[in-house]
Design a protein around this ligand. Structure first.
Ligand code: GDP
Length: 180
């Protein structure tokens, strides 16, 4: 099955977003399994016969290095990994640890997308400031990052439908009809 994986700092809103994504599609059966033998586990959400969403352990303020070691093997093997979703807190914007995650993805040459979370918690002005800063960062400092930033709130469900469509697209679940 094609895979997508979600990474981000602890508390960025990753589990809430995954829940929000799936609660909008109750018709699809989701099965969760864990990687055996890992202390900080990755969760695998098998979504029907369509794709698997891999939930990576959240990285901490002081432990980005541990995180890299933990997920390195997975990311380097990355069988069928179609896209990685890097979650960034919409209230505080890109932090040092997020930059380390970006460096890791760039180094491995993995295509990824940035998702700005908790946008309901940021004022319009702050949100705009963070969005502009991230767009600038993506343009200047990255190669593998998709240029469009996804803005989501798992509380208000804003942006969640669009993200679902994007996941469906990158996992090959929105086939286009061939023109004859
Ligand atoms: P994780 O550690 O990345 O899995 O983060 P969680 O999903 O557990 O969320 C961390 C905290 O942020 C919790 O208190 C959530 O209720 C809160 N949170 C997550 N997403 C949102 C959101 O979209 N809006 C708001 N206002 N709070 C959120």
């Amino acid at each position: 099955l094609p895979q997508v994986c979600f990474i981000g700092r602890s508390n960025v809103g990753k589990s809430s977003l995954i829940r929000a994504l799936f609660s909008l599609s109750p018709e699809v059966e989701v099965r969760v399994s864990k990687t055996p033998g890992h202390t900080k586990k990755m969760n695998f959400f098998k979504v029907g016969k369509y794709f698997t969403l891999v939930d990576m352990p959240g990285y901490g303020y002081r432990a980005p290095k541990d995180f890299v070691e933990m997920v390195e093997a997975y990311l380097q093997e990355r069988h069928n990994l179609k896209r990685t979703f890097l979650l960034v807190d919409g209230v505080v914007g890109i932090q040092k640890t997020d930059q380390i995650a970006v460096e890791m993805l760039e180094e491995f040459g993995i295509p990824y997308v940035m998702v700005l979370t908790k946008i309901d918690r940021a004022s319009k002005g702050l949100l705009l400031k963070n969005v502009l800063k991230i767009q600038e960062f993506v343009k200047e400092k990255t190669q593998g990052c998709f240029p469009q930033l996804f803005l989501v709130s798992s509380v208000e469900f804003s942006g969640v439908h669009l993200l679902r469509c994007f996941v469906a697209h990158v996992t090959g679940n929105l086939p286009t009809v061939e023109a004859s």
